[in-house]
Design a protein around this ligand. Structure first.
Ligand code: ZN
Length: 447
């Protein structure tokens, strides 16, 4: 049996048959291996865990994206510098060619939700293991070919796959709706995956007749899938809507055949904790800490995400003991609407592009909020890290950010918006959704 096939069978078995005790034992063993490897090969972890008891992984000090990125050159175990990795990723973003490896590593970049760039780096072997596990839990129809169109803003290791009858293809959303629709019509995917806001737009295109595809599987990822959006998508695509919860730090969870979102317990450890890092019981929302059990190139150990999630206290009827996520709070961005040059028609602009324009301006943003008030007006609030709250730092935003947003609208063939920037301190209520990109009007108000 080939390695991949064997990994596939094992991953399936674990998901279906392992009980809590087996899962826990496996996680402890894997986490301990990763910790040992990190301390032996990463200068960052060597000093971060200095004088700490390495056998008690659950008590090791936390890290987050900021810590990882500040120390990236000594954090990764491949001896690569942050600058060379970012340069490589930025060049790929420009050319939109994501097929290249860098010194045998697959590197992806994301802006994430914490306001800074993140880097993801894996070996081909690690990527294969993650993909295989992911695919083994995907409710793929057994007959016929499986063509999955994956629409995501940034390429990420793990989303260009061609294994047997399973194909995944990346479609960039940095395009007009007409072009995306045309690409999908040509490709005729049997499965479609995109953030829920994008799925909603595609469902509208299908309803009015321009999008002519009939996928028998629709997967929503990256954003919260609200019940009314889910119902609408189900109606238009006439199929179940599955969900994948993925971030730069890993493939955290995915839907089973019952449509419940199970944590990939054999790929990562997910801790849900309160403000004081104490675990909260299922049913109570909490912050998320992840430990990746696969990646050694960038060891992710007790890494705090910005998301808030609630575990489901009820077991899933599918029978798997892998824990179920009841709700993900956060990651809920709105889609912006521009006004097309000439025709005055509406054109969507992915909230994530707005986010990227903001965070790529400086690495010193603590928090931000961007509100589109009407198709030609955007108000942005910025909260800079204390030590960077200077007139010089502020002037960088005032000179660069409006231009970036204008260019973004131009690329979508839209009229330029007025961009207002204010600097202020921003606090998020723990119980509120962590929305950073809002649209304060309805499409029908202007179109
Ligand atoms: Zn299930």
């Amino acid at each position: 049996m080939s390695n991949l096939l064997s990994a596939f069978v094992k991953a399936r078995w674990r998901f279906k048959h392992w009980d809590q005790a087996k899962i826990h034992k496996f996680q402890e063993r894997q986490a301990s291996k990763i910790v040992q490897y990190a301390v032996a090969n990463s200068k960052f972890y060597q000093s971060h865990y200095n004088n700490k008891n390495l056998d008690d992984v659950a008590q090791l000090p936390l890290i987050d994206k900021q810590i990882m990125m500040e120390n990236f050159s000594i954090f990764n175990t491949a001896g690569l510098t942050k600058e060379e990795c970012l340069k490589f990723c930025l060049r790929n973003e420009e050319t939109r060619d994501f097929s290249q490896k860098y010194k045998n590593f697959i590197i992806g970049m994301s802006t994430g939700t914490s306001g800074n760039r993140g880097l993801e780096m894996v070996t081909k072997k690690e990527a294969s293991l993650i993909q295989t596990t992911f695919i083994s839990r995907f409710p793929i129809p057994l007959r016929g070919r499986f063509r999955l169109a994956f629409i995501l803003r940034v390429f990420s290791p793990g989303f260009n796959v061609n294994i047997g009858k399973f194909q995944m293809k990346y479609v960039s959303p940095m395009d007009t709706l007409e072009n995306i629709v045309e690409k999908l019509n040509q490709m005729q995917p049997t499965a479609l995956s995109a953030p829920s806001s994008m799925l909603k737009i595609l469902a509208e295109a299908k309803q009015e007749g321009s999008l002519k595809i009939n996928p028998n599987l629709v997967v929503s990822y990256a954003e919260v899938l609200s019940p009314d959006t889910e119902q609408y998508l189900q109606k238009i695509f006439a199929t179940e809507i599955l969900e994948v919860y993925k971030c730069t730090e890993g493939m955290i969870a995915q839907s089973c055949k019952e449509g419940r979102l199970h944590i990939n317990e054999d790929l990562l450890i997910v801790e849900v904790v309160d403000e004081n890092e104490n675990p909260v019981p299922p049913g109570t929302p909490g912050h998320v800490i992840v430990t990746d059990l696969v990646k050694r190139t960038t060891p992710i150990i007790r890494y705090r995400l910005n998301d808030i999630l609630t575990l489901d206290p009820e077991p899933c009827p599918c029978g798997s003991n892998f824990r179920v996520i009841k709700q993900i709070q956060g990651r809920e961005d709105d889609m912006y609407l521009g006004q097309r040059n000439g025709t005055q028609q509406p054109q969507f602009i992915f909230g994530d592009y707005i986010r990227r324009a903001i965070v790529s301006t400086s690495d010193h943003i603590r928090e931000y909020r961007a509100m589109q008030e009407n198709p030609k007006k955007i108000n942005i609030e910025l909260d800079l890290m204390r030590e960077f709250q200077t007139a010089e730092e502020e002037s960088i935003f005032l000179s660069e950010l409006p231009t970036k947003i204008t260019q973004l609208f131009e690329r979508h063939d839209c009229e330029s918006p007025e961009v207002n920037i204010v600097f202020k301190s921003i606090t998020h209520d723990f119980n509120l959704k962590l929305r950073r990109i809002f649209r304060n009007f309805k499409k029908s108000d202007y179109f």
